[in-house]
Write a protein that binds this ligand. Structure first.
Ligand code: G1P
Length: 298
């Protein structure tokens, strides 16, 4: 029997060192793309996939992420007084979750993504669960996690979102060893975390969307240290291959790596161009800057 997917884990304990000084006193997942913080994109994407319960893995200086989903009574009252009812409606989007739907646990030390997920073991229990890494933002017609959830309902087992990356970038990702391709669904024969290009078994990379069976926790509990001296989720996932279905889904959409500056800026532009209230202004100033700063060699 394929158990329904109801839970999501959001690892948000990372230090955000690549965005200093912006992230000195601010969680990197609170950085906005246009006008919405990364964490809210992740939660809304999960909701669109039918997920009802959330667990954030937080750390020091990350309380704002949980508070973002609280009702801001004073702010709402002031906005109402000033007749700003649309803004109140927009704020309410962050609080549309039923009471108790968001929990958080602490990861006291940054020991790796695998360790962060293990910290949510009590929340996960014996259920399948989604993981969304808010750094990875996906622009798509059908939200990426909903695409994964559909694949999960068909195949059961574990499903991860994948995309092809340039060979020279394999050392940034978890990489698939492919058993078989069936359209967009890829049967996984193995997984390697951050292999060098010459050792990578393919150029299919995992991006930050997963649906996993709870058995992954049994493997994580050994705290085996992998690439970069960290407890790697990819290594624990690799141990499930052969015991339960394991697929990669080549999702439809464009993914932005908001964990690096260029990717983050690209996301700003791509998402702003989707907005009716901003698109024409953005096009106009992009043209202006391109004309002023680019010659034919750029
Ligand atoms: C993590 C995972 C990696 C995955 C990547 C996607 O790496 O360990 O397997 O490909 O997220 O963004 P990180 O970006 O945390 O180094």
């Amino acid at each position: 029997m394929i158990k329904p997917l109801r839970k999501a884990v959001l690892p948000v304990a990372g230090l955000g060192t690549r965005f200093l000084p912006a992230t000195k006193a601010l969680a990197k997942e609170m950085l906005p793309v246009v006008d919405k913080p990364l964490i809210q994109y992740a939660v809304e994407e999960a909701l669109a996939a039918g997920i009802e319960e959330f667990c954030m893995i937080t750390g020091r200086g990350k309380t704002a992420l949980v508070e973002h989903f609280d009702i801001a009574f004073e702010l709402e009252a002031t906005l109402h007084q000033r007749g700003k009812h649309e803004e109140v409606a927009e704020l309410r989007r962050t609080t549309s979750l039923p009471p108790g739907a968001i929990a958080s646990v602490r990861q006291q030390q940054p020991l790796g993504l695998g360790h962060a997920i293990w910290c949510a073991r009590a929340f996960i229990g014996n259920d399948p669960f989604a993981i969304l890494l808010p750094d990875d933002l996906v622009l798509s017609e059908t939200p990426c996690m909903a695409q994964l959830a559909e694949a999960y309902r068909a195949t059961g087992g574990n499903v991860v979102a994948v995309e092809e990356v340039p060979r020279e970038h394999t050392s940034r990702y978890g990489i698939l060893k492919i058993a078989q391709k069936r359209g967009d669904l890829i049967e996984v024969a193995g997984l390697v975390e951050k292999p060098s290009p010459n050792q990578a078994p393919s150029n299919y990379a995992i991006i930050g969307r997963y649906i996993l069976l709870p058995e992954v926790l049994d493997h994580l509990a050994h705290f085996e240290v992998g690439a970069g001296g960290e407890v790697q989720l990819t290594d624990a996932m690799a141990k499930m291959i052969g015991k339960a279905p394991f697929h990669g889904l080549r999702f439809k959409g464009q993914r932005f790596d908001c964990g690096n500056k260029a990717g983050f800026l690209e996301a700003q532009i791509a998402f702003a161009l989707q907005r009716k209230d901003l698109a024409s202004d953005v096009k106009r100033f992009l043209r202006k800057y391109l004309e002023a700063h680019c010659d034919n060699h750029d």
